[in-house]
Design a protein around this ligand. Structure first.
Ligand code: PLP
Length: 263
């Protein structure tokens, strides 16, 4: 019997193919996990930026959740682009209604080109309704600042913000340092449910092809959790996976090409 662990991504789809659900499906496939997709928003996008997007109706989001719950055996899930407060709220309700296993929250807010993929008034909804449900939350530095309300200017600030996010209800936290000032290394602060913490550091790679980096990292964690790996093992593996995927990023289009990982 050919049976694979099953995971779901709940996010936006990228017409340009590099980020969002597209990156999630590719990553999960590469990790040998079957991926189901709940589309929250459709973007008109390419490697130069996000030109437009529209969220899918809440009714259709509810129906997509029900379709998966009625038939598949989802063992882990993740959320990415969620568009606005009403959609964040609908997703939070569905995550409580159905058991889709460990939940990785990638609190996507602003795309590299500056497009707001989450409305500003939805940040509080993410903090209040999704963070308490999260097995793992994976904010970058601007997202960490938005969720915790404090400036991040040092490694000590990252550690303090990690603890704040845990107090807000996330079981495990990865504060991603990729947007930090250090030109040599990219260091993420990891705080686990049992209170243990550590840093994961990798050398920076000089490339413009970094589109979909956050999605790939979070979906790799989700795939490993669907296989039953521990949170720590999933995070460590995802850090190595995203490093390789940045190194293998490809020139597609005229802007930021996608990260890539040939199996
Ligand atoms: N589009 C969608 C649907 C996304 O989910 C994301 C990020 O999560 C982006 C675009 C932005 O990707 P990036 O900032 O890597 O260009």
């Amino acid at each position: 019997m050919n049976s694979y662990p099953q995971a779901a991504t709940i996010a936006g789809i990228d017409s340009g193919g590099g980020a969002g659900v597209n990156a999630d499906v590719k990553t999960m496939q590469e990790r040998h996990v079957f991926s189901a997709t709940i589309i929250v928003a459709v973007t008109a996008q390419n490697t130069l930026g996000v030109q437009d997007f529209e969220p899918v109706s809440i009714k259709l989001i509810n129906e997509q959740f029900k379709s998966l719950a009625d038939d598949l055996n989802i063992r882990a899930c993740k959320t990415g682009m969620l568009a606005d407060a009403a959609h964040v709220h609908a997703v939070a309700q569905n995550l409580q209604r159905y058991d889709f296993g460990p939940y990785t929250l990638d609190p996507v807010m602003v795309a590299k080109g500056g497009a707001h993929l989450l409305s500003d008034d939805a940040i509080a909804t993410v903090r209040d309704e999704l963070i308490p449900l999260a097995t793992v939350v994976t904010p970058n530095l601007p997202e960490t600042e938005a969720l915790t309300g404090g400036k991040i200017e040092s490694e000590a600030d990252m550690q303090a913000a990690g603890h704040t996010l845990q107090q807000l209800g996330a079981k495990n936290v990865v504060v991603k340092g990729g947007h930090g000032a250090n030109s040599q290394t990219s260091s993420d602060f990891v705080l686990l449910e049992n209170g243990r913490s550590f840093w994961l550091s990798t050398p920076r790679i000089a490339t413009k092809n970094t589109h979909g980096t956050g999605d790939t990292f979070a979906s790799c964690i989700t795939a490993e959790l669907a296989k039953g790996k521990s949170v720590e093992a999933a995070i460590r593996l995802a850090k190595a996976f995203i490093q390789a995927a940045i190194a293998d990023g490809i020139d597609v289009g005229h802007g930021h090409g996608p990260t890539n990982h040939w199996a």
